[in-house]
Design a protein around this ligand. Structure first.
Ligand code: MTE
Length: 383
């Protein structure tokens, strides 16, 4: 088992000239450090990579441009032929599957927009501790593998089975609790919930959970446990750090500094409605004339029905054109043709979904900095 030191990780993800700067990221200052493939390095302690928004010009995000979020050290190198996945708990027939067993099961594909619950945390004021993501802890990929339903059917879920727990192989340093979370049985048995082994047609890369991860479409990324080693059917929600206090929201809006009792919170599940502007970039200096404003919009388990653009700081809104590529759980790309006149302009985008949700002007502040979804905004100067 080979572990990478922090220095080795830093050397791998950033040009050496910048390696001294990573200490400032770890110390909580929000500076943007360019990493491999143009990604923004948000943390080296455990690899956290953010996509710059200009990469959101493709419906399927290429793997080198797909964000990475790790709570701890990725698993050490292992021999995939020795990897095993156990399925136990409230089942009739506990199972152990190898990669070869999984490859024999019927495969299903789901195009899913995966977003970290903390995407946009860096915009909350007052600031919230945690990875200071900007807009790019999100990406869309085609995930493939057997349906989790088919795997659980082979083990036979007992009527007492109400939740399904996933455990990853990643390595928790010191007293850090392992990354274990659970989802309700209804979502686990949904026809689009996968035991994913492939991403955009390739075997899952190491960063994204090789050899198998859960894919819980439309839900926060944290539900989609990577490097799976154990699936356990439980009679109740799993009790552990990453279920409580982690990944919960207050049942009602709270003020910064107000204390919230655990019983007044609920787990984060499906994603919010949200859009981002991928071009022009913030602070761009452009020439007057025709300009295409572009971006992406998503809404978790709901469908985006409308994206509106304001080029006058929010006084008036016009509809953007939604791209033709679409799939349940996947973002829609959009464009808006505009004739830019000279001067300074603020461009805003806001999406609406088929559940009637619209992005708000002001986000709902919460102590963990989850679900930031205020209008997206870029300032440009047209000369
Ligand atoms: N699974 C394990 N085992 N360990 C982790 O740290 N991070 C989760 C989830 N699955 C995580 C995990 C979080 S918070 C997110 S947002 C997604 O993985 C990110 O998936 P990605 O790195 O493939 O983009």
């Amino acid at each position: 088992m080979k572990k990478m030191s922090r220095a080795a990780l830093a050397a791998r993800f950033i040009p050496s000239a910048l390696s001294a700067a990573w200490a400032q990221v770890d110390s909580g200052r929000r500076i943007e450090i360019p990493g491999e493939n143009g990604m923004i390095v948000r943390s080296f302690r455990f690899v956290d990579l953010e996509s710059p928004v200009e990469y959101f010009d493709a419906w399927l995000t290429p793997i080198p441009h797909f964000f990475v979020r790790n709570h701890m050290q990725e698993p050490s190198e292992f021999d995939p032929t020795e990897w095993q996945l156990t399925i136990g708990g409230e089942v009739e027939k506990p199972l152990t599957l190898t990669l070869a067993d999984i490859a024999k099961l019927p495969t299903h594909s789901v195009v899913n927009t995966l977003e970290c619950a903390g995407n946009g945390r860096g915009f909350y004021r007052p600031q919230v501790p945690g990875v200071q993501w900007s807009r790019g802890a999100v990406g869309t990929a085609r995930f493939s593998g057997p349906r989790l339903h088919d795997v659980l059917d082979r083990a036979g879920v007992k009527p007492t089975g109400k939740h399904v727990m996933f455990r990853g192989l990643d390595e928790a340093p010191g007293k850090v609790p392992p990354f274990i979370r659970s989802i309700p049985i209804e979502k686990a048995l949904d026809a689009n919930t996968l035991l994913a082994t492939h991403m955009n047609g390739e075997p899952l890369p190491k960063h994204h959970g090789f050899p198998a991860r859960a894919l819980v479409p439309g839900w926060v990324g944290a539900a989609s446990c990577k490097w799976l080693t154990e699936i356990k059917v439980l009679d109740a929600e799993f009790v552990g750090n990453f279920m409580n206090p982690g990944y919960r929201l207050p049942n009602r809006p709270v003020q910064p500094g107000e204390s919230v009792k655990p019983e007044d919170t609920h787990p984060v599940t499906a994603l919010n409605v949200k859009s981002v502007i991928s071009g022009p970039l913030d602070n761009a200096k452009l020439k007057a004339g025709p300009l295409i404003v572009r971006g992406a919009a998503w809404a978790g388990e709901a469908d985006v029905v409308k994206v509106e653009i304001s080029t006058d700081g929010g006084s008036s809104w016009k509809p953007a054109k939604l791209g033709h590529e679409q799939s349940l759980y996947a973002w829609r790309l959009w464009t808006y043709n505009w004739n830019a006149s000279r001067g300074d302009h603020t461009i805003l985008s806001r999406a609406t979904d088929n559940q009637g949700r619209t992005q708000p002007a002001t986000p709902v502040w919460n102590p963990s900095g989850y679900f930031y979804n205020a209008y997206d905004r870029v300032n440009i100067h047209v000369a």
